[in-house]
Design a protein around this ligand. Structure first.
Ligand code: ARG
Length: 595
């Protein structure tokens, strides 16, 4: 494995393997030796990585009555590490930490391979992963919570796709349920000829509100709404048509948002599971999992613990729970998913835990074989730290939010006088890149478990870990070769002719940061927290700036003429740009080469 020609080795993983072998041969009697590899801190004295296994091993030995100082254990492990091209030297420090210093030759060679072959994903077991994200509800406006789900889901999918997994992106749209009764009844009144010509509903949210008011205030209307649900569920053609028309209006709205954000997703809403819901209810009933409760049929994830799922309502109708039970069965058995990831607000965490427990009880899900995750994110707050709302207190429409982003991004570019330098087309590209980029990045760069404050002012700042800073840093990096009058062809030639040298301390540091990219990706597949990638991207940009400030790439004389170009550094610049571009891509950002 060590001689793997893959240019993007997961260093942390490789070191774990090396140390695991060393520990096993140094302590053959330890059944399950702990292998702990971490990044060393910022102090170069401590090397690049650290193996912290000596202390836990000392504890295990102590329990079996053997006294052995961790420092001795560390030395013994070091003596058993077989030579590796990755490792320059090992040092035991402090109470028994083993500091690992990477080899310069190894790092240099890996960087050259990236230049030659592009960035290959680190090796991993390929799986079928179903990502359930975005999932807005028909006739209710897609709100900022769905925006978060859309942004996070798209990025998670991009990352898993890059790693080579088979990703199925599913939009579990809320397109079935009792709200359609009142919507259809209202449609019949407002647009009696809907069967002949498409109703011109422009504002579906207003339409929803109108029907809701009538539903709440007019008992006659309410009765009719219920009757409509029954007819819809009996698949009466004119009711199905009305339902379809309403879904279509929503669908077009959603699609506009996806197109603007560059998000690909397949719609498979709750209505898709109509038949499957009937089947799963039968199955659960036959297996004796359903319990009567005041006319409802419920199922416990764990008898008497928490709250049960409502599988059938007292009026015989199905619920959100029913559709998720049908969905998980379909996903595991028909889609053959190995791994399902659901992305919603954190409030739905217990719902999914419940679904999984019930699915396990019913023999549909086996968590020893399948992996299921819920990425539950915090609430989007306004600058007043209250739930994000418009001034008048309404929920913010996503398209309005995106429009404001575009306006603000343009202002920002004009502040920097970019409109005088860029062509109209370049300016438009830069505007979209900044607007959508800053909205996505602000979301992804925060730990998603926390609530986050939506502030255009903050996200458009050009200092710190923001999209604007990074997008600018990237364009600057891309322009360095251009400023040296190097054509892309010339750079290609260099790749084969020149080897990168990492002699300067800042070059060396940057080179090592670049090779950490796969470590970060692997970590994210474990905890699904995308802010690690943003922090890493920022670290790359900062390390690059440090390098660029202390190492010249292009030397000019007083009249501005180029006297010397450092080819090795141009190449280091190129790898940096490649890694940054890949990070942007995984985060769903579109950097532009000029802005
Ligand atoms: N439509 C739901 C909502 O807006 C989210 C659906 C998430 N996916 C699922 N399989 N339940 O809250």
């Amino acid at each position: 494995k060590l001689s793997s020609s893959n240019n993007m080795d997961n260093l942390q993983q490789l070191l774990s393997e090396i140390f695991e072998a060393a520990i096993k041969s140094a302590f053959p009697d330890l059944p399950d030796p702990p292998v702990v590899i971490a990044l060393s801190g910022n102090n170069v004295k401590f090397g690049d990585y650290q193996c912290n296994s000596a202390l836990p091993i000392a504890n295990i030995l102590k329990q079996s009555g053997q006294k052995c100082p961790p420092k001795d254990i560390a030395n013994k492990i070091v003596a058993h590490v077989s030579p590796s091209p990755m490792i320059e030297k090992l040092e035991v420090a402090g109470a028994g930490f083993i500091n690992v210093f990477l080899s310069k030759t190894y790092v240099t060679e890996k960087l050259s391979l990236i230049l030659k072959n592009g960035i290959q994903p680190p090796l991993c077991d390929k799986q079928r992963v179903l990502v359930d994200f975005s999932s807005p509800n028909v006739a209710k406006e897609m709100h900022v919570g769905h925006l978060r789900s859309t942004i996070i889901g798209d990025s998670v999918s991009r990352l898993l796709e890059f790693l080579g997994h088979h990703v199925i992106r599913i939009n579990h749209v809320g397109d079935w349920g009792t709200q359609f009764g009142m919507l259809i009844a209202h449609l019949q009144d407002m647009f009696p000829d809907y069967q002949q010509k498409s109703p011109p509903i422009s504002d579906l949210q207003a339409f929803y509100r109108e029907s809701k008011t009538r539903f709440d205030e007019d008992p006659e209307f309410k009765k009719r709404a219920y009757a409509c649900v029954v007819k819809l569920q009996a698949h009466e053609p004119s009711y199905l048509q009305a339902w379809n028309l309403i879904c279509d209006v929503s669908r077009k709205e959603f699609q506009k948002v996806y197109e603007r954000l560059g998000v690909k997703i397949t719609e498979r809403g709750e209505s898709f599971y109509q038949k499957l819901m009937e089947e799963i209810v039968k199955e659960l009933e036959q297996k004796g999992f359903l319990e009567e409760d005041e006319g409802r049929k419920i199922m416990w994830g764990e008898e008497g613990v928490g709250i049960p799922l409502t599988i059938v309502k007292s009026d015989g109708g199905f619920t959100y729970d029913t559709s998720d039970m049908a969905a998980i069965k379909h996903r595991l058995e028909e889609d053959k998913a190995d791994w399902i990831i659901y992305i919603t607000d954190a409030g739905q965490g217990t719902h999914f835990e419940n679904i999984w427990k019930c699915a396990e009880r019913a023999g549909i899900l086996n968590r020893k074989v399948h992996r299921v995750d819920h990425i539950g994110f915090g609430v989007v707050l306004g600058e007043d730290k209250k739930k994000l709302k418009t001034r008048s207190g309404d929920t913010i429409r996503l398209c309005d939010l995106l429009d404001e982003g575009l306006r603000r991004a343009l202002d920002k570019l004009k502040d920097k006088n970019r409109h005088q330098v860029l062509t109209a087309e370049e300016l438009k590209k830069a505007q979209e890149s900044v607007a959508y980029g800053c909205i996505k990045y602000a979301d992804l760069s925060h730990n998603l478990n926390n609530d986050y404050i939506f502030s255009f002012d903050k996200m458009l700042e050009d200092k710190g870990n923001t999209a604007v800073y990074l997008l600018y840093a990237y364009t600057r990096i891309c322009s360095i070769a251009r400023n040296a009058n190097y054509t892309p062809e010339k750079v290609k030639e260099l790749i084969n002719a020149v080897s990168i040298s990492l002699d300067h301390e800042k070059e060396w540091k940057l080179g090592k940061v670049l090779l950490r990219f796969p470590d970060v990706l692997v970590k994210i597949t474990q905890d699904l927290l995308l802010h690690h990638l943003c922090e890493y991207l920022y670290e790359v940009a900062v390390s690059f700036t440090e390098f660029y400030d202390s190492c010249y790439c292009i030397e000019k004389d007083s009249s501005g003429d180029i006297i010397k170009v450092d080819d090795s550094r141009i190449l280091l610049t190129e790898v940096t740009a490649m890694i940054m571009a890949k990070c942007f891509h995984l985060l769903g950002l579109n950097p532009v080469s000029k802005m």
